[in-house]
Design a protein around this ligand. Structure first.
Ligand code: GAR
Length: 211
């Protein structure tokens, strides 16, 4: 079974959605860069190991990333899920987990990379907004897209109301993407996109003409 770790910095609602989704995944640990992240208690409550790697204890990004990699590899993780992990990762770290590190981002990428995505979507006047699960590459919020969900932007939306509508979709699509990964259904295409292969029907199962 796929072994995964989830990296968080705060609330941990996406982490909780992953842990509660009944995925064919063994969640080996939840790791935070902040000891005060609320998500840590939620993870422990669900019986998952937690660890903290506090950036303030390391001289520079490379030293922090080296320790983080040590903790991840200590849990023999096949998959690293960033779930509200608010740190820029070094290129070496990202390369180490190439093709096996996913992130959830609260916008329809490539629109609105970075922070404050809901306020920026409102300011831009877009009528659709949403969220994206993508593989992590060294360029921020730019890796191959696995799945997206869109929500309408309403006239009276605030960043909070819009963010809540998007978050509900995050909780839906992140477990979906992790399931596909665990089932071996994510395939990189020649041109750097992600194709989701069809589920293989169990032997003897009836396959409808629609597939
Ligand atoms: C989520 O909305 C996630 O998409 C976002 O942080 C929030 C974390 O909430 N991530 C980023 O902005 C990454 N660039 P959560 O801790 O409740 O999952």
């Amino acid at each position: 079974m796929t072994r995964a770790v989830v990296l968080i910095s705060g609330r941990g609602s996406n982490m909780e959605a992953l842990l509660r989704a009944g995925l064919p995944v063994e969640f080996a640990a939840v790791i935070s860069n902040r000891a005060e992240a609320q998500g840590l208690a939620i993870a422990r409550g669900l019986g998952v190991d937690t660890a903290v790697v506090d950036a303030r204890e390391y001289a520079d990004r490379e030293a922090f990333d080296a320790r983080l990699a040590e903790v991840i590899d200590g849990h023999r993780a096949d998959l690293v899920c960033l779930a509200g992990f608010m740190r820029i990762l070094s290129e070496g770290f990202v390369e180490r987990y190439a093709g096996r590190m996913l992130n959830i981002h609260p916008s329809l990428l490539p629109l609105f990379t970075g922070l404050d995505t809901h306020a920026r979507a409102l300011a831009a006047g877009v009528k659709l907004h949403g969220c994206t699960v993508h593989f992590v590459t060294p360029e921020l919020d730019a890796g191959p897209i696995v799945v997206q969900a869109a929500v309408p932007v309403l006239d009276d939306d605030t960043p909070e109301s819009l963010g809540a509508r998007v978050l509900a979709q995050e909780h839906r699509i992140y477990p979906m993407a992790v399931r596909w990964f665990a089932e071996g259904r994510l395939e990189a295409t020649q041109d750097g996109r992600v194709r989701v292969k069809r589920a293989v029907a169990p032997a003897g199962a009836l396959v409808s003409p629609a597939g």
